[in-house]
Design a protein. Structure first.
Length: 259
């Protein structure tokens, strides 16, 4: 589909096109996940169908994981999210993202400061479900999966540094259909964010949480989620593109929810 000449200079239009691409990619990813699961356990998988809305009214994935297949990361919620901040905060923000997703990068670059501030001042807790469906965009190097594994590795070590790490990862996001970052490059980002423990580098190179990432991704797909980033504030989907992709756009939603 060709874009209008003015769209090339319009960040919102660019985000909308990227979001459409994410939706197509997720639909393809869901199909792959379903085929793989059926092959693995020999039964059909009935995934909850969407009611034709862009996102569900609330977001609470159920993650089914066999610990014999791989470790479960520390510091995650019952829905498989990386929780940052006070769980008793009045506002809960949920963010679903893939680290290879350009629209997720745009959301992060516009809203990371607002999310970090909300955590620091106690007005909100932020929960990140980092999923992987864009391995196809890294020339077989599985960057999406390896980056998601790293997300759970650093969060398991110290959640307080996670948002800084996430911002750095997005600032260095590889182009789609490139080779993605190497493990050494991912480790360098982690080290720069303060994750200097040898165990973090080991968990990244050993892909300690890859099986978990796969099951987390299946659980997220099963909610009917259709696009990334998907953002919820106190269980309500934020669907306005201007809010999601404008500088600190999420701040007004958090402030309204806190009243």
């Amino acid at each position: 589909m060709s874009s209008k000449p003015g769209d090339r200079k319009n960040p919102l239009a660019k985000a909308q096109r990227a979001d459409r691409n994410r939706k197509i990619a997720i639909q393809a990813g869901v199909a792959v996940v379903m085929v793989g699961l059926v092959a693995a356990i020999g039964i059909g998988l009935a995934m909850r169908k969407s009611d034709d809305k862009s996102t569900a009214a609330s977001f609470a994935p159920v993650v089914t994981h066999d610990q014999g297949a791989g470790a479960v990361p520390a510091n995650i919620t019952s829905t498989g999210a990386i929780r940052i901040g006070n769980p008793d905060a009045k506002v809960k923000v949920q963010v679903v993202a893939d680290l290879q997703c350009p629209a997720c990068q745009m959301f992060e670059q516009n809203n990371s400061s607002a999310l970090e501030a909300a955590v620091k001042n106690g007005s909100a807790v932020v929960e990140y479900n980092i999923i992987s469906f864009l391995d196809r965009a890294s020339n077989g190097n599985q960057y999406s999966t390896r980056a998601a594994n790293a997300a759970y590795a650093v969060a398991a070590a110290d959640p307080s540094k996670f948002q800084d790490w996430l911002a750095s990862m997005y600032s260095q996001q590889p182009k789609e259909n490139g080779n993605g970052m190497t493990d050494d490059q991912i480790i360098a980002v982690a080290t720069a964010a303060g994750y200097t423990e040898p165990s973090v580098a080991q968990d990244i190179t050993s892909q300690k949480y890859v099986a978990w990432v796969g099951d987390e991704t299946k659980g997220v797909f099963a909610t009917g989620l259709k696009s990334t980033p998907s953002v919820y504030v106190n269980g309500k989907a934020v669907t306005d593109g201007q809010t999601l992709m404008s500088p600190n756009g999420i701040q007004s939603v958090i402030e309204a929810a806190a009243k």
